[in-house]
Design a protein around this ligand. Structure first.
Ligand SMILES: C[S@@+](CC[C@H](N)C(=O)[O-])C[C@H]1O[C@@H](n2cnc3c(N)ncnc32)[C@H](O)[C@@H]1O
Length: 272
């Protein structure tokens, strides 16, 4: 893994902590990327040995993200996206999927990982008609996120809020619900909320591998029940088929080689 030096006139790059695993980097390892350090690969590999299904979960979660963004842009007519917990750039990033449907789409990415920030500068480009922006902020600070997102997004028009694989990092369920409420409360009616997160229904090995990860020094990630995940959509109108295992959410025909069901559930809801 190498990181480039700042170009003349650019801000210096942030300090990267390579001594403890980071969620975005371990996720990149499972997705077959190359943006991780040895500490991330070691934890990611230990996890995969205990629970090989984690790779399917990562891929199925990305597949859900792609189909959800495509649905939002193509069928729901959404042109503005607020994607919190961006992760490291990979195939089918939110702006690429949205702008393939609507080149004028505007996307604001938010993450608190310094390596994501480095890559955001280099890779999160836009069509000339649209826009992308990046906010270095913590999910636990919805006011800052909303305030800075308003630089790029028009809050007079609908916005899709996306929390993909991030809410599990907020261990307390009521705190996680309150973050969702505060974010949605600051966004206009007629917008959407898309979410996926790991669940604890199918595999005991998943829970055990997750417990090992949570002891590794990385920020812990909590697996929740599908009912708890559905609870994040309270007050919204759920889009069919509701909150389901990621591969079951509006699958593309023909179904790809992923299992029909994985321990990650997702859904899309409309803010009335
Ligand atoms: C599992 S990755 C998911 C990445 C991407 N959303 C996807 O679905 O592929 C979780 C992301 O959330 C970010 N994240 C975790 N906790 C965060 C927090 N408190 N504030 C902002 N970002 C956070 C991590 O840095 C990482 O990029």
């Amino acid at each position: 893994m190498t990181t480039s030096s700042p170009a003349p006139g650019q801000q210096p790059l942030p300090e990267l902590d390579t001594s403890v695993p980071q969620s975005a980097r371990v996720w990149n390892y499972w997705l077959g990327g190359k943006d991780y350090f040895p500490v991330d690969a070691a934890v990611g590999e230990q996890y995969r040995e205990a629970f090989p299904g984690i790779v399917d979960i990562a891929r199925a979660s990305r597949g859900f993200l792609t189909r959800a963004v495509r649905y939002l842009a193509a069928e729901a007519g959404i042109r503005q996206f607020l994607d919190i917990g961006t992760g490291l750039p990979t195939a089918n990033n939110t702006h690429q999927v949205a702008q393939r449907v609507a080149p004028e789409a505007r996307i604001v990415y938010v993450d608190n990982d310094p390596l994501v920030l480095v890559h955001a500068r280099a890779l999160l480009t836009s069509t000339p008609e649209g826009a992308t922006d990046y906010i270095d902020a913590d999910l636990r600070d919805p006011d800052k996120i909303l305030q800075e997102a308003a630089r790029t997004l028009d809050f007079g028009q609908p916005v899709a809020l996306m929390l993909m694989g991030i809410l599990g990092h907020v261990a307390d369920y009521e705190e996680a619900r309150s973050i969702v409420r505060r974010l949605l409360g600051g966004l206009p009616s007629g917008g959407y909320f898309a979410l996926n997160d790991g669940t604890n229904v199918i595999s005991k090995a998943f829970e055990q591998a997750q417990e090992g990860y949570n002891r590794s020094g990385a920020v812990p990630y909590i697996l929740r029940s599908p009912e708890q995940i559905a609870g994040f959509f309270d007050g919204l109108e759920l889009v069919e088929p509701g909150v389901v295992s990621c591969p079951r959410w509006r699958p593309d025909p023909p179904a790809d080689e992923l299992p029909a069901e994985v321990d990650a559930f997702g859904g899309v809801g409309r803010k009335p």
